[in-house]
Write a protein that binds this ligand. Sequence first.
Ligand code: GDP
Ligand code: GDP
Length: 454
Amino acid sequence: MSLPVVAIIGRPNVGKSTLVNRLAGVQDAIVHDEPGVTRDRTYRSAFWEDREFVIVDTGGLVFNDDTEFLPLIREQAMLALSEASAAIFVVDGQSGLTAADETIADWLRQQPVPVLLAVNKCESSEQGLTQAIEFWELGLGEPFPVSGIHGSGTGELLDALITYIVPAEEIPQTEEIKVAIVGRPNVGKSSLLNAFVGENRSIVSPISGTTRDAIDMLVERNGKTYRLIDTAGIRKKKNVEYGPEFFGINRAFKAIRRADVVLLVIDAVDGITEQDQKLAGRIDEEGRACVIVINKWDAVEKDSYTIYEFERNFKGRLNFIDWAETIFVSAQTGQRVEKILDLVNTAAEQHKRRVTTAVINEVLQEAISWVSPPTTRQGRQGKIYYGTQVSSQPPAIALFVNDPKRFNDNYRRYIEGQFRKQLGFTGTPVRLFWRGKKVREMEAGSRSNRATRV
Ligand code: GDP
Ligand code: GDP
């Protein structure tokens, strides 16, 4: 399930990031920060009353100026808007209405997304109302005077905002599996895409208006729909605008974030490179399911052992995602290409899987019986009271223990290994949280509370 998105739009310096901090609450962790060619685009989770959503700060929007990164930032804003349930357009109440605000408003009025107008820097409520009045001219409805710094007016803004946010329980559970195809240039991503989609069988679903934007394609097989993410990014040949060395890693990172399952495509002839490892690391960090696709298998000279040697070698070098299944294909001849989707199905199912508390504790009891938790030098022994799955996509299991510090890395790895061995979770990362039972509320951020990967 993905939460509704609220895009924050506005020219630079009107106080967008300040307002985002305010709306998301300072205690909230940044969901993601994406450094790169464009200004960081941050995703933060927020809630108001019973509605949960994600706020995306789009970076300062500037039209009529094509210097350097500005077109890219614009593209970011358009992308953010295309996935948004609502937008908050932030203007500066102290500097008043500007021509740039009008340009942005003209553009926003053409978008099929509800827009709320926040007039920021209105600390004084009386003066704020006066400051806000002139923004009626933008034709975007009622201007809300707010102060990102003081927090005033933000309650009214949020009250209006949540009328556009569907309650979490009403978000439809789509059958669609979102698949990102990522890999270095020339590994065969476009060839693979063509093999899936065919020349004419594609259903193109542009998620935004211009050709530069991300385009998803829908592919249907056996009653299932696969959304292939950002196929424009895959097809964009040789990244002319950045020069031939440009890897497009930020675009790949974005696709990874939107995906349920990532196809990490690797060139069988070249083997694993540092860039492949970087992508693998990100897939694990983002908690996405993954299938490792070794392409150009037709071009490898092989005997009956080759496949095992490759597998061993590749797995070792992609240890971040040693839980992922590997498939050897040829996008060119079509060999095993359709089988990739079987592995995608498995990975997607495991990624969403929920295991009952009874089963988790059965595995735990069994594991503890074989190897007891370690005892510290002072003679205190670790105790695991119980475990329970706290979330899915990816599956996360919390273990409630007497004192997380009594469990060394060795023992943690052992328990992790037992979960994998007994429960499988093929193709998906699994997170384990070790929590002290008495102090668990106070532990946020401490090492013992951090997830370890399985
Ligand atoms: P962004 O570029 O739109 O993200 O703007 P920032 O959040 O970085 O803020 C730009 C400047 O406006 C900073 O100097 C902030 O301190 C100031 N600012 C932001 N919100 C407010 C506000 O509510 N009141 C006042 N007076 N200044 C603000
Ligand atoms: P992309 O940059 O990752 O999208 O890679 P392309 O799909 O454009 O493929 C790069 C090159 O590898 C092209 O010359 C393809 O013909 C070739 N190629 C792609 N898949 C295969 C394959 O399975 N076997 C062989 N031998 N060549 C392939």
